[in-house]
Design a protein around this ligand. Structure first.
Ligand code: NDP
Length: 676
């Protein structure tokens, strides 16, 4: 079977033979891969001119719903994806990480997009900056979708998740993508892309696929495009040195080799829960996906006094790992991706042996369950031991991308920190301890060299997502050797696909650009009370100025006795007089809020369904008995949630006194009925 690419809205088959990819367990040919004949320039142009405008005009909520619908569509084909996934060497559990993990990343981004982003095409980044004395000239950062294409070059190990964790923030950010999977496992990515395209949910031009080499695609990149890469550091260096990246300032996000560490705390001796959890996790990380995980534990950093205990426990646990064809009964670990990878891993183990003794050697031939060792890329877990890890750089630099880990002893926590950092930048480190002093020392000590830190102890283990799971909510990527990139991390990743622009101008300019009423911009006076208008009738800037109300000493005393808040500043003349802020008795802040509500509400049943909170409350000036309050209520922002028959309205509420001084300001949130 020849794999097809998806180019300019059509499936494309290359005319030449292509390169074959094989079943990792049986060695049987699955497909051939070639991108010969693709016009890469046209492909980019198609994404920019067809996909980009379609996505850019959608709101975040529309894009989020799109992600959800694609995920639902893909969920209907899980069995087909699983079947093909076994051919990559993945066990059932590995396949869940790849296929289900990829689909759930779309679901998570869909839900975060609707909860954390506005229902408009662009993002308002932070608050308004005052750039002038009188407030007539302001600044505001906004983010708009880049008008190019995101070129995603992926590794062989997670053909579905690797694609989807990049696509989710790309699409949510409003950019189209071209996916280039690793050739060896592109057959699985191709099936997933086919199902996504066939779902009909994505706009034309949003997603294209290159099965095979990338040809001259880099030559045609522009300043609006972005490249992300997962794979080896050497390929990253080659790609990053393409002159176009520097000439056109094309962002390049890399996620590469990483010698991730797991540290066993000095307190976590044999017999503690943390010791057992550590052994379990190291073994799990070695055997999941046969150790072909960018986040796998390559270095296990352990107290010197526990070396024998750790070796015995780890070897005993790994001995239970049944290795073979993932389709065979009882198999817990599948093969590596192909025979080339096995050769590569064994070569790296040989390199490591120069500095290490062997605790458990899995690199020699054995009877793989349900398979022929000679045809499949089987290897067993391999444990090495480096006695003087502070003196040997190689153990912190050579990555055997398989079920291989090196044990490294340390004497003090500070030494453990030094060892972890000798990886010169990793995606993740984990720590197993029940001592929070150790936690603080390690987290602050290794933080600068890592993208993610996981602390596991008896209180969190039951619900912990583990050392090796990148989550859509949390940043994935690390400094230095790990590539220096950042992926996921919730909405942070969406911003990679958007351009931040600083907009400067008048308050009315800010209101128009942000869709959020800005202090100083035009107030729309109304003949109808705003609480009589439903969500679709209210407009940003609609303003109500209330009638005044005088605050009396009786009001303050009544409120104090009624609520029980008899704080001296409200009730004790002498003590209040001594207070440096007040100098006399003052009204309660909560009394002002209550009065304000009494002044601006329209009480009859109507379209306002609920008051569900207030934000950014500040009391700026004390209110004294005899002061006269005025309240201004302005519709600040409206957010409609798709599929809901109510919308959220944010109101700017300002309470002033008789001298027009602002006593309090806050944002009030209401839910208002819709007509549409
Ligand atoms: P590579 O770096 O060789 O390949 C990664 C991706 O880059 C593949 O899609 C590959 O395509 C593509 N690629 C390679 N060369 C070029 C090029 N010149 N121009 C454009 N694209 C290119 O990594 P592998 O997947 O082969 O894995 C090799 C090693 O990388 C592993 O043994 C491991 O050490 C490390 N690795 C690290 C990962 C991580 O997440 N940190 C993940 C996977 C691997 P093609 O397949 O067509 O060559």
């Amino acid at each position: 079977m020849k794999l097809q690419s998806y180019v300019c809205g059509k499936w494309y088959t290359s005319p030449d033979e292509g390169v074959a990819s094989y079943d990792a367990s049986t060695g049987a040919e699955i497909a051939t891969v070639s991108s010969a004949g693709i016009n890469f320039k046209d492909m980019l142009e198609y994404g920019r001119t067809v996909g980009a405008p379609a996505l850019a005009k959608m709101t975040f909520h529309e894009r989020a719903i799109m992600l959800k619908e694609v995920a639902i569509a893909l969920s209907g084909f899980k069995d087909e994806l699983y079947d093909l996934s076994y051919k990559t060497g993945a066990t059932k559990a590995d396949t869940w990480v790849d296929v289900d993990g990829g689909i759930s990343t779309f679901f998570v981004y869909s839900s975060k997009g609707r909860r954390e982003l506005p229902n408009q095409p662009h993002y308002v980044d932070g608050g308004t900056e005052a750039l002038s004395r009188n407030g007539s000239f302001l600044g505001q950062h906004i983010m708009v979708p880049r008008r190019g294409v995101a070129l995603h070059i992926n590794a062989f190990n997670f053909p579905v998740w690797g694609m989807m964790e990049k696509l989710a923030p790309t699409f949510l950010g409003g950019m189209p993508a071209i996916i280039k999977p690793a050739s060896g496992t592109a057959y699985l990515t191709e099936l997933a892309v086919r199902k996504m395209i066939e779902s009909g949910v994505l706009p034309e031009g949003a997603l294209q696929l290159i099965c095979g080499r990338t040809g001259d695609v880099f030559d045609h990149l522009t300043c609006q495009d972005i490249v992300t890469f997962t794979g080896s550091a050497s390929t990253a260096r080659t790609l990053q040195s393409h002159p176009v990246l520097a000439e056109k300032s094309v962002p390049f996000i890399a996620e590469c080799d990483s010698l991730n560490a797991s540290i066993l705390g000095i307190d976590a001796v044999k017999g503690t829960e943390e010791f057992d959890l550590f052994i379990k996790e190291v073994a799990r990380e070695m055997t999941t996906k046969a150790g072909q995980k960018c986040t796998a534990i390559r270095r296990a950093i352990i107290p010197r006094s526990l070396v024998v205990d750790v070796q015995e426990a780890l070897v005993a646990r790994l001995a239970k790992t049944v290795v073979g064809d993932p389709r065979a009964e009882g198999v817990r670990m599948g093969p590596l991706a192909d025979l080339g990878q096995r050769k590569e891993v064994i070569a790296r183990v040989e390199d490591l042996k120069e500095f290490c003794s062997v605790v458990l050697d899995g690199t020699t031939a054995f009877d793989a369950v349900g398979a022929d060792y000679a045809k499949g890329a089987f290897i067993k877990p391999t444990v090495l031991y480096c006695d003087k890890p502070l003196e040997v750089e190689g153990v912190h630099a050579i990555e055997a991308f398989g079920p291989v880990t090196t044990l490294m002893p340390y004497e003090t926590t500070a030494e453990a920190v030094t060892l972890a950092n000798m990886g010169e930048g990793s995606l993740v480190a984990s720590l197993f301890t029940f001592n929070t002093d150790i936690v603080r020392d390690v987290v602050l000590g290794v933080g600068a060299y890592h993208g993610r830190l996981v602390v596991i102890d008896r209180s969190s283990a039951g619900e912990s997502t583990g050392h090796g799971s990148p989550l859509p909510h949390m940043k994935h990527g690390g400094p230095g050797r790990a590539g220096g990139g950042e992926e996921q991390g919730g909405i942070r990743a969406v911003k990679h696909y958007m351009q931040r622009v600083a907009v400067q101008g008048s308050p009315n300019v800010m209101t128009a650009v942000t869709g959020r009423w800005t202090t100083g911009s035009t107030e729309r006076s109304m003949d109808v009370h705003p609480f009589r208008k439903n969500f679709d009738e209210i407009q940003v800037g609609d303003t109500l100025h209330t009638k005044p109300r005088i605050v009396t000493l009786e009001d303050i005393e009544h409120f104090a006795n009624f609520t029980g808040d008899t704080f001296y500043a409200h009730m004790d003349e002498e003590a209040a007089a001594a207070n440096p802020f007040f100098g006399a008795r003052v009204a309660h802040g909560y009394l002002l809020l209550s009065f304000a509500a009494g002044m601006f509400v329209d009480p009859a049943p109507g379209p306002v369904l609920a008051n569900y909170g207030l934000n950014d409350l500040q009391f700026m000036k004390p209110v004294f008995p005899g002061d006269t309050l005025h309240v201004r209520l302005v519709c600040k922002q409206r957010t409609a949630r798709m599929g809901q028959d109510f919308g959220e309205v944010r109101w700017d509420v300002t309470i002033t006194n008789q001298d027009k001084e602002i006593c309090a300001n806050y944002e009030l949130l209401t839910l208002n009925e819709r007509t549409q």
